[in-house]
Design a binder for this molecule. Structure first.
Ligand code: GLU
Length: 303
């Protein structure tokens, strides 16, 4: 079967599913997204894109933004980042506060909320929030080769008004001296990075900076690409990371907007969007769809 035939087959399968999970309701702007949306796009190393369903409809990338901010923070401070954030799977919810107290304010990894807030704080060391966000959006636009990518201010505001848990995490980090800026400043930036909107096509194209394919322009060093992928497979789905790695066999990063970015090292980048989530905050049908795709295309990093 060709990639396009595989995608068409997956689309049909997913359209028949009754259980589509639950949209993220803790961010009011996301609660109104249509549960029946489904998009899937595959960008090959050479830029050829295969897509199906709502692959051109922009959605809130939410925590998928964390792979881009991690790349920028590593570019700025290199391995010093690891003095402030760990590299272990958390085994806890994405917004858990429990572990942070046990571990003296050093978040387990850069993808759980506490870790991502520290990564954003690192980026702010050399720029104002507006500059940091402009740099982030430019990086993403360049990676996607598409200038039509924006932040949805209403989503950022919606999260700011209800983000008590993230404020608690930021204040907690600050109490352990692991936040250099005022919680309002770092979180204002974090909420805006999460509110970036992209379609599956744009996200799949942008994700190619993480596949280390020969002949492609390199946005970051190949060694860094390998390490970000290692973190994606071990930590990219929070306390569902082991299950995703077992089922799909590829590095992935999910977001509560229902998107998942998945890399096929050396070959392709995949973006899927289905807004209904599992109780762990990962897209239910998104994971199923990439599981089918990985199996049918015989894409797994494990051979
Ligand atoms: N903005 C969301 C939060 O901080 C991101 C969580 C996610 O996408 O997993 O709660």
């Amino acid at each position: 079967m060709s990639i396009q035939e595989i995608l068409d087959h997956i689309h049909l399968e997913m359209s028949r599913r009754d259980n589509r999970g639950q949209v993220a309701s803790y961010i009011p702007e996301l609660a109104s997204v249509d549960l029946n949306r489904f998009g899937l796009a595959v960008a090959m190393a050479d830029g050829q894109v295969y897509s199906v369903g709502d692959a051109d409809v922009p959605f809130s990338i939410q925590s998928i933004s964390k792979v881009f901010t991690l790349a920028l923070a590593l570019g700025k401070v290199g391995n010093k980042l690891w003095e402030r954030v760990g590299r272990e799977p958390s085994g806890n919810a994405f917004n858990s506060i429990l572990q942070l107290e046990h571990e003296q304010g050093i978040p387990r990894n850069p993808f759980i909320n506490a870790g991502a807030i520290v990564v954003t704080d690192v980026i702010l060391a050399s720029s104002s929030p507006a500059e940091a966000l402009a740099e982030l959006v430019s990086f993403i636009r360049y990676a996607a080769d598409d200038s039509n990518i924006y932040i949805n201010d209403a989503v950022a505001l919606s999260e700011k008004q209800t983000g008590h848990r993230n404020f608690a995490l930021a204040h907690f980090l600050r109490s352990f001296d692991n936040l250099d800026h005022a919680p309002e400043l770092t979180l204002g930036t974090y909420f805006h990075q999460c509110a970036i909107e992209m379609s599956c096509r744009q996200l799949a194209l942008a994700g190619r900076f993480l596949i280390n394919a020969s002949g492609m322009p390199q946005l970051i060093a190949p060694g860094r690409v390998r390490r970000i992928n290692a973190l994606m497979i071990t930590c990219g789905h929070y306390d569902g990371s082991g299950d995703f790695a077992y089922r799909v066999g590829l590095p992935g990063k999910s977001g509560v907007g229902g998107g998942i970015l998945v890399t096929v090292p050396g070959k392709a980048s995949i973006a899927v969007w289905s807004p209904g989530l599992t109780p762990l905050g990962n897209s239910l049908l998104g994971a199923e769809a990439v599981q089918m795709l990985a199996q049918q295309a015989e894409w797994s990093i494990f051979g």
